[in-house]
Design a protein around this ligand. Structure first.
Ligand SMILES: [Zn+2]
Length: 215
């Protein structure tokens, strides 16, 4: 099938679209079950479904490091946010709860990782970079509004910078456990070491590195 080309489209985007056509044309491609059917099956699972919250970092892709595939039927629902932070994932988690088992069963895995981009910065720094990038384009009022947006004022944004991944993961696991909407779910924290690829439960990772500097 010929792909319609936008004049200035990035060649990488075109390659993705070409790959997609090949993927969909594979005779082994199967149309998945309809949403309502999938929802019903998920709700009927005795132990509920698994939701994985991971970082947007392209080096840390849960489908790859947890060996998921359609063929094996072991795919989980994946949410990815900068730093695997739970705050920006909340609206998605609420929707999933409403669609699924209303937080009465199932598991949420929060998976942070070492060498994360949000570890090498601070919320203040991120705010400054963003504001500096629009400073010349905005008048004073709009600049104030932009500043307020980034401070988590009326619009409630948290940028989520952290120092240690075990601390951010633990903080987010605790936050999710406090929510009334996921009360029946098991909420677990993990850290992936990007150097070895190994994912460990957060407590075990912490025990392994305490005393180790700069990780
Ligand atoms: Zn990251």
């Amino acid at each position: 099938m010929e792909i319609e080309r936008e004049a200035e489209m990035d060649p990488r985007v075109l390659r993705y679209l070409e790959n997609n056509r090949k993927w969909a044309a594979n005779p082994e491609y199967r149309t998945p079950v309809r949403f309502k059917e999938m929802q019903k099956a998920g709700r009927e699972l005795e132990n509920g479904t698994i939701i994985i919250l991971a970082c947007t970092d392209p080096r840390c892709t849960p489908e790859e490091f947890f060996g998921m595939s359609s063929e094996r039927g072991n795919k989980a629902t994946i949410i990815r946010t900068a730093g695997a932070r739970a705050q920006p994932a909340l609206s998605t988690l609420y929707v999933l709860s409403a669609v699924g088992n209303l937080g009465k069963k199932g598991t949420i895995m929060v998976v942070g990782h070492t060498d994360c981009g949000l570890q090498s910065t601070t919320d203040v720094e991120i705010r400054k970079v963003l504001l500096d990038s629009v400073r010349e384009d905005l008048n004073t009022d709009d600049l104030c509004e932009a500043d307020e947006r980034l401070r988590g004022g009326r619009w409630g944004v948290q940028l989520g910078a952290f120092v240690r991944p075990d601390e951010s993961v633990t903080e987010d696991v605790e936050m999710l456990k406090r929510s009334p909407f996921f009360k029946g779910m098991q909420i677990l924290g993990f850290v992936q070491d990007t150097q070895t690829g190994i994912v460990e439960e957060v407590e075990s990772w912490r025990r392994g590195v305490d005393g180790d500097v700069g990780r």
